[in-house]
Ligand binder design. Sequence first.
Ligand SMILES: Cc1cc2nc3c(=O)[nH]c(=O)nc-3n(C[C@H](O)[C@H](O)[C@H](O)COP(=O)(O)OP(=O)(O)OC[C@H]3O[C@@H](n4cnc5c(N)ncnc54)[C@H](O)[C@@H]3O)c2cc1C
Length: 221
Amino acid sequence: MDSEASSDRIRLRREPHLGSYDPGVIHAIIDTAPICHLGLTDHDGHPLVIPTIHARVGQQLYVHGSAASRTLRRLAEGIEVCCTITHLDGIVLARSAFWSTMNYRSVMIFGHARLVTDPDEIELALDAIVEHIAPGRSAEVRRPTPSEIKATKVLALSIDETSAKVRTGDPDDDPADLDADVWAGVVPMAVHSGDPIPAVNLEREIAIPVSVRRLRERDQL
Ligand SMILES: Cc1cc2nc3c(=O)[nH]c(=O)nc-3n(C[C@H](O)[C@H](O)[C@H](O)COP(=O)(O)OP(=O)(O)OC[C@H]3O[C@@H](n4cnc5c(N)ncnc54)[C@H](O)[C@@H]3O)c2cc1C
């Protein structure tokens, strides 16, 4: 267990030895995950969990979407939100179903999102989201127009009340099963990029840009 939990509700009870509150560990998990899930309740108290793109700048986690988005409008009211971020790193096959599990890195963040209204911070957040998905891309694409920015909502969540949980390695078999004639081990899993597919309406011969080459180098299949 690294460092201390900043609140009681983020203190890991189940398998606390897999937990971490180290900002370095937490930031690395956030920065390398393509998406997060935002958990909140609607006006009727019904739970919602929405997958969305995110980007981190310092201690701020930014999300964006249509100004008409029900989720973003609800979050802009300042209600509580729980954000989860997950990497699935492997299927862990023990000699019994009971002890089989997964290798993973995950983060949970609790807090209240803030509607971003400052134009400079909106621009910073939107660029960060583009860069999070395809580093170098924001310098290649046309800048957003004022009407596109007006049609976009940006929210920020402070990464303060947060925990990570990381499982690595072999199955933890029941010692009584170790002699069983059953294969045990780990099947690694990861998200990879494939060969880029040019848009069908890409009429001119345009070279693969730096951002796409970087994506391929980073996440090669
Ligand atoms: C890909 C994946 C698959 C999983 N599969 C299962 C499964 O099948 N069954 C199962 O029981 N559990 C599974 N887990 C673990 C699960 O996420 C919970 O950690 C576990 O169920 C304990 O839940 P709890 O509410 O008792 O945790 P508690 O330890 O009581 O939670 C207290 C606090 O610890 C922190 N915390 C708990 N879990 C996490 C986490 N995963 N990441 C970051 N912070 C966390 C949060 O701040 C939470 O509020 C899986 C996790 C991942 C990432």
